[in-house]
Write a protein that binds this ligand. Structure first.
Ligand code: NDP
Length: 274
């Protein structure tokens, strides 16, 4: 019997994770299957219990269950404890190990795939929700010169910055607080474009050579990347690489094997474009 894995979410039908992990398993000769499972909104823990009873070895967790998974874990990685959310579970010997690979996925995409070193850079993180919280510690581990978090609800950004200020100086505030500042890397971790809204970014925000990174992805240029290009960003990248890299990191947690990500990313990119 192949080892059993799954991604849990609600909704889940759109998930690209089964295809990504099937490619990883084939390229590394791992005997495993990976399914998409819809969990009821009020029934995440029973769905996981049933999966473990059926022999499930590990799971990915997506919207809206990352905080439920955090509470379910009996042991947490440092990065999951910091993130306050879990996107990767591993089940062994009665233990539920919770990890969070989103931040590592973002950092690997930026540093390895895009070849952009974070060391010494001035970083602006837009948004103060779950995705933003998950990537702060891994970003700070790369030793940027500065990290500023801007959010529509400014108090959430200020609180988030405080939560990580024991690692390195982090500041938070409103979009208006960005006036007069400039950054080398701007990361969009808001869901503004889902609502068709553009972000109130003041002029002059993009330093020469700046990279704009959107955690969102889709067919063609995302609304944030279009706005960034119009406001002077030198380069843009969407979050498809982060998606593939967080999956590879989860695969490594489960199988202790690091799959090649470039072919999988190229394949997904071609499918999105088509
Ligand atoms: P949350 O719902 O937790 O947070 C949403 C954030 O967006 C908040 O900071 C919110 O501000 C802000 N926001 C929403 N609407 C607007 C608007 N109209 N104007 C300005 N700010 C707005 O979402 P997540 O943090 O979980 O996810 C954020 C994005 O990141 C999503 O689009 C998600 O798809 C993407 N993501 C991508 C991943 C990948 O692998 N590529 C992984 C994880 C997430 P406020 O606090 O004021 O409400």
């Amino acid at each position: 019997m192949p080892d059993l894995y799954a991604v849990f979410g609600n909704p889940i039908a759109h998930s690209k994770s089964p295809a990504i992990h099937a490619s990883f398993a084939a390229s590394t000769s791992q005997d495993m299957v990976y399914e998409a499972r819809l969990a009821p909104l009020d029934g995440f823990a029973p769905a996981i219990a049933e999966f473990v009873a059926a022999g499930g070895k590990g799971a990915n967790v997506t919207v809206p269950f990352k905080e439920d998974a955090f509470r379910l874990a009996t042991r947490l990685s440092d990065r999951a404890a910091r993130a306050g959310a879990v996107n990767t579970l591993a089940f062994a010997d009665g233990e539920v190990f919770g990890d969070n690979t989103d931040g590592a996925g973002l950092v690997r995409d930026i540093t390895l795939n895009l070849g952009y070193s974070l060391n010494g850079r001035r970083i602006l993180l837009l948004g103060a929700g779950g995705a933003s919280r998950g990537v702060i510690a891994p970003l700070l581990a790369e030793k940027p010169a500065a990290l500023f978090i801007a959010n529509r609800s400014a108090e959430k950004a200020v609180k988030l910055a405080e939560d990580f200020s024991d690692i390195a100086p982090v500041n938070g505030g409103s979009f208006a607080d960005l006036a007069g500042k400039s950054f080398d890397l701007l990361i969009n971790a808001t869901s503004a474009s889902l609502a068709g809204a553009s972000l109130p970014l003041p002029p002059g925000l993009f330093a020469p050579g700046a990279l704009a990174y959107d955690m969102m992805y889709g067919k063609g240029e995302t609304p944030f990347l279009l706005q960034a290009r119009e406001q002077g960003a030198a380069r843009g990248a969407d979050g498809l690489g982060m998606l593939v890299e967080q999956a590879a990191e989860a695969f490594f947690v489960w199988r202790a094997v690091r799959p090649q990500t470039a072919p999988v990313l190229a394949d997904l990119r071609a499918k999105l474009a088509g």
